[in-house]
Design a protein around this ligand. Structure first.
Ligand SMILES: *Cc1c(COP(=O)(O)O)cnc(C)c1O
Length: 295
């Protein structure tokens, strides 16, 4: 069980008595770190049980989901198929390069069609090429994705006693929904990586969930965008916590936002537990000069 204390830059400023911890999900499951293993778990079991030969999904060209998905499907001896959002350029992104060299079949898509997900034309095309395809929704979502995240939350929370707020980063909201479904989670803060996202966690809110806070990405310009402030924050974090790396899209922005709240004196929770949902491969989609974790 990897729970460590974290030092936020804002803590050095005042007489800060708050405590911050992080569950190091990034250290789990080398080939599918963070939340991705958990989102895929039940999908993979279903594919195997139903004896599918090929497993397909949707994802962006830098997607952590695609990376984990291809690794897991290959480990199971099945064929990974990825419908890539937008066209596939001759010069593949590092994430798609790994996917292709691991044996994944990549299908380009038109963005409008891609958005239709399982109802898209490109899905039909894939189904025509391959007879027997198990489909995992974008990001490993769906009911089985939520269930895997609830299992994850149950495991983590069974060993956590003293916490006033659990913080999770969110994209599709699958992970947040899984945590919201865990009976031991009473106070949950969800940090979306998307600008203008609300209604992230599907309601109705369960009775055990006393507090549900939802924030969108309002500081750095939206999904996948880097800012000077975020970069400076990540460098400072690394100085203060040399054993901890954060990803640029989700966990880095979540901790940045809480750091801001602490600075502003409006984070009222004594013990906070961050969930590190992984995503470090996402740095490969950023210009190299942003990378803060050089020796
Ligand atoms: C994919 C990902 C998320 C988003 O998870 P959802 O279940 O889609 O909300 C959060 N953090 C990291 C690091 C991720 O890679």
């Amino acid at each position: 069980m990897y729970i460590e204390s974290v030092i936020l830059p804002a803590m050095s400023q005042s007489s800060c008595t708050k405590r911050f911890y992080i569950y190091r999900g990034d250290l789990e499951h080398r080939s599918a770190p963070g939340n991705k293993y958990h989102k895929l778990k039940h999908h993979m079991n279903a594919a195997i049980k139903q004896r599918y030969q090929a497993v397909a999904t949707f994802g962006g060209p830098h997607s952590n989901h695609v990376d984990a998905f291809v690794n897991k499907v290959v480990e199971l001896g099945l064929l990974p198929i990825v419908v890539v959002r937008g066209e596939v350029h001759a010069q593949l992104t590092p994430t798609l390069q790994s996917a292709a060299s691991n044996g994944a079949i990549l299908f380009p898509s038109q963005r409008i069609d891609y958005r239709k997900g399982l109802a898209s034309d490109v899905r039909n095309t894939v189904d025509q090429f391959y007879d027997d395809v198990y489909w995992v929704p974008e990001g490993g979502g769906g009911g089985l994705g939520v269930l895997g995240c609830k299992d994850w939350a149950d495991t983590i929370m069974s060993r956590v006693t003293d916490t006033d707020m659990i913080c999770v980063a969110s994209g599709t909201g699958t992970t947040a929904e899984g945590f919201a479904a865990c009976e031991k989670v009473h106070h949950l803060a969800v940090f979306s990586a998307l600008k203008g996202a609300d209604q992230i966690v599907v309601r109705p809110i369960k009775p055990h969930l006393q507090t549900l806070l939802e924030f969108d990405e309002c500081y750095h310009g939206g999904f996948g965008k880097m800012s000077d402030e975020l970069l400076a924050f990540l460098k400072k974090m690394y100085e203060l916590n040399p054993n901890l790396q954060l990803d640029p899209i989700y966990t880095g922005k979540m901790l940045y936002q809480v750091d801001q709240f602490v600075r502003q004196g409006c984070w009222e929770y004594g013990n906070t537990l961050f969930i590190h949902s992984g995503g470090l491969q996402g740095w490969r989609g950023m210009p190299a000069y942003y990378y803060p974790y050089h020796e």
